[in-house]
Design a protein around this ligand. Structure first.
Ligand SMILES: Cc1cc2nc3c(=O)[nH]c(=O)nc-3n(C[C@H](O)[C@H](O)[C@H](O)COP(=O)(O)OP(=O)(O)OC[C@H]3O[C@@H](n4cnc5c(N)ncnc54)[C@H](O)[C@@H]3O)c2cc1C
Length: 494
């Protein structure tokens, strides 16, 4: 009697654990659907194939271009990165994809940046590192060092994810993941604004307004009210050597789809619902292709796109509790490429040759209609390659499309303009709860992690987590899910 009560409560506890799946399996699933062919979806296909083996059918649904927010744009016969363009040296999944797929990588060009406040350039980098250090010390005291140490500490904690994943550990929620990486410290950074966190680390308001704000406007079209975690990842990229894939970062996505032998279905997923009535838990996917509406039946469904009305517009039918698609608003960013002569007097220079900067970032000023402007680099050829005309191509990021009048302010003359509008990044508004990774028993959400931090490598890391999590939950390997003491365990094993 006591024994059966014990067994019953143990079973109940297992069922209530967030990481535990309802039914356990002896065989791999027959069919997995992935919604989205960006880096999240294509790397999920790759990792799922590694885990579940050759027999599972993996279908990847893509309504637009494979690559998603990694895409190039044509400007007078050369291609330029219009979306996700630069990678950090610590982006290890992207590095290994490039190696595995035989793609060449290249360093990004050296930047000579200036900060523009709407009236004049208030800070200007030098070609010489030691002059930059002296300038930063002169203008901002020890702020730069404080920010550096604050950022490196967080980066070191975050980098533990690679070790955890190499030992197949997975996490059932973004909160569990961040807590296992950096305990309370990372959890606090997720719920605190960048502004508050930097001030707490000893940075001055002047430094945040004049150095941090322009970097955040450039990368996220937002202000340092974003969470401190995504802010730190961004700021650590400002002082390191960045890189990209020769020919375009998006080349990784078709490469991963091919390597995973996934089937690409060009179509829009419109609905997901439980396929009731059978013994096995299955999901019915409604999708539309050029030949009309279709239905597909799957054991596991992976959502690799933001779930909101504006972007994926998927109807999750009949789930209890309902799957929330109302939150997660994304902000618009427009990337405009202009082949022409920049107007140096707009930035306060009398002679055109005085403007030697390659990147101009901006402080917060309501009269400014753009976030940043910088030299564009074609994705092929050595960094800094010019157009055959010898004129430069400039890349401008702005919240709205640029009008003719605005282009005429920024350029004395131009002869080609190309622009791409994105719903680019989540609107970060800490504190807030992150969306679940497990949307239903066998439905997983890769882009949950974007509400903590958005980026190419972040989607790949989340895709690997989802591949591991779905595998462990499918086979009931609960010891590989949500382990809290990994930092200590790895320390004692070393
Ligand atoms: C302008 C810009 C600059 C950026 N710069 C950088 C950078 O320098 N470095 C960096 O690391 N990151 C950068 N990012 C962010 C980075 O590009 C993204 O975080 C990353 O590419 C997201 O990948 P993903 O696969 O998760 O989502 P996405 O790339 O958005 O892929 C989702 C895919 O799902 C498809 N889809 C959506 N709904 C459906 C549906 N219902 N049915 C079928 N298909 C659907 C979409 O068409 C899309 O292709 C930038 C982003 C933008 C927009």
């Amino acid at each position: 009697m006591y024994l059966s009560a014990f067994v019953l409560s143990a079973l109940l506890l297992c069922a209530l654990r967030p990481g535990a799946a309802e039914e356990l399996h002896q065989q791999p699933p027959g069919r997995i659907a992935i919604v989205g062919g960006g880096i999240g979806g294509s790397s999920a296909a790759y990792f799922l194939r590694q885990k579940f083996g050759k027999d599972v059918q993996i279908d990847v649904f893509e309504k637009g271009q494979v690559g998603g927010r990694m895409a190039t744009i044509d400007m007078d016969g050369a291609e330029y990165e219009a979306g996700g363009s630069v990678l950090h040296p610590l982006n290890l999944h992207m590095k290994s994809f490039a190696k595995e797929l035989g793609l060449s990588v290249r360093p990004c060009r050296n930047s000579l940046a200036g900060i523009y406040n709407g009236n004049e350039i208030i800070f200007q980098q030098s070609d010489w590192l030691f002059i930059n250090i002296i300038k930063l010390l002169w203008y901002y005291g020890l702020n730069y060092m404080r920010m550096y140490m604050w950022g490196e500490d967080l980066l070191a904690k975050f980098a533990r994810i690679y070790q955890y994943q190499s030992y197949d550990y997975s996490f059932s929620s973004a909160e569990q993941l961040f807590h296992a990486l950096g305990g309370e410290d990372l959890s606090i950074k997720l719920n605190m604004t960048l502004d508050d966190s930097l001030q707490k680390a000893g940075c001055s308001k002047k430094y945040i307004d004049e150095i941090v704000t322009p970097a955040i406007r450039h990368d996220f079209s937002q202000l340092p009210r974003i969470n401190a975690f995504v802010g730190a990842l961004t700021l650590t990229a400002t002082y390191t050597k960045l890189w990209s894939i020769e020919g375009g970062n998006m080349l990784v996505c078709p490469g991963l789809l091919e390597a995973s032998e996934a089937q690409l279905i060009k179509g829009t997923v419109t609905s997901v619902q439980e396929n009731t009535g059978g013994i096995e838990k299955l999901y019915k996917l409604g999708y539309e292709t050029s030949t009309g509406p279709h239905l597909g039946i799957y054991n596991i469904v992976i959502i690799a796109a933001p779930i909101n009305k504006e972007i994926s517009n998927i109807n999750f039918v009949g789930f209890s509790p309902p799957i929330d698609t109302s939150s997660n608003s994304y902000i618009q960013t427009v990337t405009t490429f202009v082949h022409g002569q920049i107007n140096s007097s707009f930035f306060g220079f009398i002679e055109p040759c005085q403007l030697g900067l390659t990147d101009i970032l901006t402080t917060k000023n309501p009269k400014l209609f753009f976030d940043s402007i910088g030299l564009g680099d074609p994705v092929k050829g050595p960094p800094g390659t010019l157009q055959p005309t010898g004129q430069k191509v400039w890349k401008i990021t702005s919240p709205d499309p640029l009008t003719k009048d605005q282009l005429n302010l920024l350029f004395t003359s131009y002869h080609a303009v190309s622009a791409k509008k994105w719903l680019a990044f989540p609107q970060y508004n800490p504190p807030g709860k992150l969306p679940p990774i497990i949307l239903h028993d066998q439905i997983y959400y890769i882009n949950s992690i974007e509400l903590a931090a958005s980026g190419i490598e972040l989607s790949a890391l989340s895709a690997k987590n989802v591949a591991l999590l779905s595998y462990h939950r499918w086979f009931g390997i609960n010891g590989q899910i949500d382990q809290e003491d990994l930092v200590e365990r790895f320390k004692s094993e070393l």
